[in-house]
Design a protein around this ligand. Structure first.
Ligand SMILES: [Zn+2]
Length: 210
């Protein structure tokens, strides 16, 4: 079984990092886990960290990032906010992971049945969540196919908005971060979207044109 330990972090390429995440999700789907000595990993990371991937995911309890990608301690730099929102603080965290810690890939990981995306579809505002929900609304506006039922009860509409939101957050990262944009343009990192299916546990990486 190939793991990232077989590839030196400093020599890992962005496509290899993507492949390792795909393989990890495949293990998860097959109920196979790498047997890690977590306390040994604690010892190995006392002085430093070099996570190979940075993930911007949702806070949803059904999408624990290390578990669904079968990764261990020190592997992933994870930012989680409801709706996988690329807030300025989230972008700063991703810059830290890629520029200073050497992560090779950023994944914006949305998921099906996302409560934050549903709230944006339904214009449900609650306290401080309003700002967050409004960050998802451009994706609702961009969904141009559904004309009749435009609420979260329409599963097709909800999924389309979820994917558009992933793309919107990717664009926000790209345009708001000069550091990350330059790293993407130089081929030092890749910036990809992915959708986690809460029914199956599968992570589907999005093609640029999906
Ligand atoms: Zn969610």
């Amino acid at each position: 079984m190939r793991t990232h330990k077989d590839i030196l972090r400093t020599e890992m390429t962005p496509p290899q990092a993507l492949e390792i995440l795909k393989e990890g999700n495949l293990r998860f789907l097959n109920n196979i886990r790498i047997n890690r000595d977590l306390l040994k990993l604690v010892d190995e990371h006392t002085e430093s960290q070099a996570p190979f991937a940075a993930i911007l995911g949702c806070s949803d309890s059904r999408v624990p990032v290390e578990i669904v990608f079968d990764q261990g301690l020190g592997d992933l730099f994870v930012v989680r906010l409801a709706g996988n929102i690329a807030s300025i603080n989230a972008i700063g965290s991703l810059e830290f992971s890629c520029k200073l810690l050497g992560s090779k890939i950023i994944v914006v990981l949305g998921h099906t049945s996302c409560g934050a995306v549903k709230a944006a579809c339904d214009k449900t505002y609650l306290g401080n969540l309003e700002t967050l929900v409004k960050s998802i609304e451009p994706a609702v506006h961009d969904e141009s196919v559904a004309h009749l039922k435009r609420d979260s009860n329409d599963k097709d509409f909800l999924k389309k908005v979820t994917i558009l939101n992933i793309r919107h957050q990717i664009n926000t990262i790209y345009h708001e971060s000069e550091i990350l944009r330059e790293m993407v343009e130089k081929g030092q990192i890749i910036l990809v979207g992915a959708l986690y299916d809460v029914n199956s546990g599968e992570v589907q990486f999005l093609d640029p044109m999906d």
